[in-house]
Write a protein that binds this ligand. Structure first.
Ligand code: ADP
Ligand code: MG
Length: 241
């Protein structure tokens, strides 16, 4: 079943058309990696999926619901976890408070229940011992693992990742990718903007290559890496591999 359907999506900023007739589906449990040069529209596309950006034209249907018709935006966003390049943890809250804030405020979960869930998730990403510290004391890799755990605390059905490892020192990339791999193995539906081609090759069910606001190629990883069909995709892969 398609859990995300994007049909003829267009998005403009002023005179600049940044998404041009984008169509694709994501099936339940699929991992899609979104690749392409800087400025090609990857972040904007992700942001359209959870209504952080308003589209101009086309349809986005998520979990069977056309998102243009959604009135309860917070309820809608509970289904979609998002992880950004720069973590976006709340600096003046502890790790545990970061994790329990949304579940208690938005989901009306009891404090005790939210803490229990947060501790389980922190344990899963190997950071239970950090629950009472403030984000400033964590490494980049640890911050990003908390950010992922925090998104999971809302029980999302879809996870969106926007270059989750791009701001990390190289030695911390692996620990974050490992958490994402585990999530993929457990069957989470994921759309991941990344320059980590090793991850894309190992984990993606499909790779979507974007350039200049268009989807230029959409392929299984082995096929895309072995036989990119367009010059643009070949050149891009040559620049990042
Ligand atoms: P990518 O994530 O692939 O690097 P983006 O989606 O961030 O690309 O950006 C696509 C294009 O849209 C770029 O030309 C960028 O400058 C432009 N853009 C992105 N966000 C805005 C905005 N809020 N206002 C105006 N232009 C924007
Ligand atoms: Mg981007």
């Amino acid at each position: 079943m398609a859990i995300i359907e994007v049909k003829h999506l267009h998005k403009v900023f002023g005179d600049l058309e940044v998404l041009k007739d984008i169509s694709f589906n994501v099936e339940e449990g699929e991992v899609i990696c979104l690749i392409g040069p800087s400025g090609s529209g990857k972040s904007t596309l992700l942001r359209c999926l959870n209504k952080l950006e308003e589209k101009q034209d086309g349809d986005i249907v998520i979990l069977g619901e056309n998102i243009s018709e959604i009135k309860k935006i917070n309820q809608f966003r509970e289904n979609i976890g998002m992880v950004f390049q720069h973590f976006n943890l709340f600096p003046n809250y502890t790790v545990l408070q970061n994790m329990t804030l949304a579940p208690t405020m938005l989901k009306k979960m009891s404090k005790a229940e939210a803490v229990k869930k947060a501790e389980q998730l922190l344990d899963r990403v190997g950071l239970l011992d950090k629950k009472d510290v403030y984000p400033v004391t964590l490494s980049g890799g640890q911050k990003q693992r908390v950010a992922i755990a925090r998104a999971l605390a809302m029980n999302p059905k879809i996870m969106l990742f926007d270059e989750p490892t791009s701001a990390l020192d190289p030695e911390m990339v692996g620990e974050v990718l490992d958490v994402m791999k585990e999530l993929a193995r457990e069957g989470m539906t994921m759309v991941v903007v990344t320059h980590e081609m090793g991850f894309a090759r190992d984990v993606a069910d499909r790779i979507i290559f974007m350039d200049d606001g268009y989807i230029v190629e959409e392929e299984k990883p082995e096929e895309m890496f072995a036989h990119p069909k367009t010059e643009r995709c070949r050149n891009f892969l040559a620049s990042v591999l």
